[in-house]
Design a protein. Structure first.
Lengths: 306, 306
């Protein structure tokens, strides 16, 4: 039974590569809904209760999906912004994920989860598996994860990568100034994050698909252009998920060297500069987001050299 | 206004110390509800849908709170097990947290969250702050956090510690075999987790209360008895949260040296060996959990030397 389902399941890396090539897009839009930043037509003038705020955030994300779907290969809902609205927020998160999948987009749940094995199994169930109690599809195609707890904490997630065709993106070098931990120098002279990158490469070896890419990817901040090249060298087969373009200051040109392992070997994720474009540029929020996404898609595809 | 609320708010570390001394307990019960392990009277015989499974998990946790409240100072719901049941699970999580607070227990939400600053603000709002959209109390008193993203990612949570009287427990040395990252040796010859411990001590300096303990605590697995002594030396003022006693193999005696900074300077957290005690010992599940908690409370208080 397990063998059958393993054969029937396409690896995440292959599903992603197919979608990137078909859409000619390596762009991912990050869905970070903040009720206080929503268009006034969605948030109204009054102070919203949680249920109303969650409903407004869901409408916002659905509108963004409609507007950007032609230009992006995946959406990356940041779970924290939904968690901030409690159970109503999580209901909205589930609605947004289902809506994105129905629009033929991949869903990367951004939760940076990580815990010991028995708890990691619960995270796999929550995001990547056809649940014991649910009916049908997993909530997301991939999950971002934190690796401070080591390989043992990843095992249930790696199993979901194999059995369910899921993907994970491991934090390697984040887009913020995380240098007080990630840049620590180890006894062999290398920074900590190089070591983590090597672990991630190793964990992904058994999950390499037909296009030569692994379902175990890595998060590398586009705000560190030199780090992208170093990560690419260590992680030849990983899909690099690159936040930091736009509001955090990086440009499409900064990420060019990430794409040397294939057109789908990196994904550029943009959040605020797309979803809140209307706050800078005025006009309809959907139109503003769609225009930004279209422009970034072209720019990234061009610098990727494919 | 801010100054007033800062004065009016008691630091988490002081609230904890008061509760530990009043109850003569340093025991925390971890609430890790798994629908497949529930007592048959709660799960029934049929395959549960998500909503029913979440309701059953909530009843289980409420029963555990009733049974163990006299013996424990706090509960530690593991969010992952609630997340695995989606929005229904999070609704149950909220109900469990509110119920525990009404039973005069502190609530340590175990999520091991960690992200860049703008997202960390959302986590603070989700768990530690009186929400923009909620009415009244924060969901939890404290949150476990992952520090791989460095100080910048902790700032909004540290602010919640100051303004809301919240606490955080930073992952330092976890109870699993996380040695592939945490035990890496740095260029100065020390393991990575020692460095993280030192950062945690530094982050907590401004949040030391009247009993000499900080609201910035640290998670140190009781499965590494030698590490407890080392962590205690580095983190003189931190409350050490010690998982691993019971199902993971550590004994109360293994944690004795954690308590040298005061009766509330360490908390022993037990999950499976208490909440699923009925599966080993038979009888009523509440009675079994209460008996285990009562025994562990006494054992820990004794080894703590207070």
């Amino acid at each position: 039974m397990e063998a059958v389902s393993a054969v029937a399941t396409t690896l995440f890396a292959d599903r992603l590569a197919e979608a990137v090539e078909r859409k000619r897009s390596q762009l991912v839009v990050g869905l970070d809904p903040r009720s206080d930043l929503l268009p006034v037509e969605l948030r109204g003038d009054a102070r919203l209760g949680r249920e109303q705020a969650a409903a407004a955030c869901e409408r916002f994300c659905r509108g963004l999906i409609d507007a950007t779907a032609p230009y992006v290969v995946a959406v990356k809902p940041q779970i924290a912004f939904f968690e901030a609205l409690g159970a109503d927020g999580i209901r909205a998160f589930e609605g947004v994920c289902a809506y994105a999948r129905s629009a033929d987009l991949l869903v990367i749940a951004d939760g940076k989860r990580g815990d010991i094995g028995s708890t990691a199994r619960a995270y796999a169930a929550a995001y990547l598996e056809r649940s014991l109690h649910g009916n049908g599809e997993p909530v997301a195609d991939a999950l971002t994860v934190n690796t401070y707890l080591g390989r043992e904490s990843l095992r249930p997630l790696l199993l979901a990568c194999r059995r369910e065709g899921a993907g994970i993106f491991c934090l390697v070098k984040t887009s913020n100034a995380g240098e007080d931990v990630q840049d620590l120098i180890l006894s062999d002279g290398r920074p900590l994050w190089h070591h983590v990158a090597r672990l991630v490469a190793e964990w992904g070896e058994d999950l390499v698909g037909e296009r030569g890419l692994s379902s175990v990817g890595a998060v590398v901040g586009a705000t560190h252009p030199r780090a992208i090249g170093e990560a690419r060298r260590i992680l030849r087969r990983a899909v690099l998920l690159l936040p930091g373009v736009g509001a955090q200051g990086a440009t499409p040109a900064d990420v060019a060297r990430a794409f040397t392992s294939g057109p789908a070997s990196a994904l550029v994720t943009v959040s605020r500069s797309v979803i809140y474009a209307f706050r800078v540029e005025g006009g309809d929020w959907r139109t503003a987001a769609g225009a930004q996404a279209a422009r970034l898609k072209r720019d990234v595809w061009t610098v990727s050299g494919w």
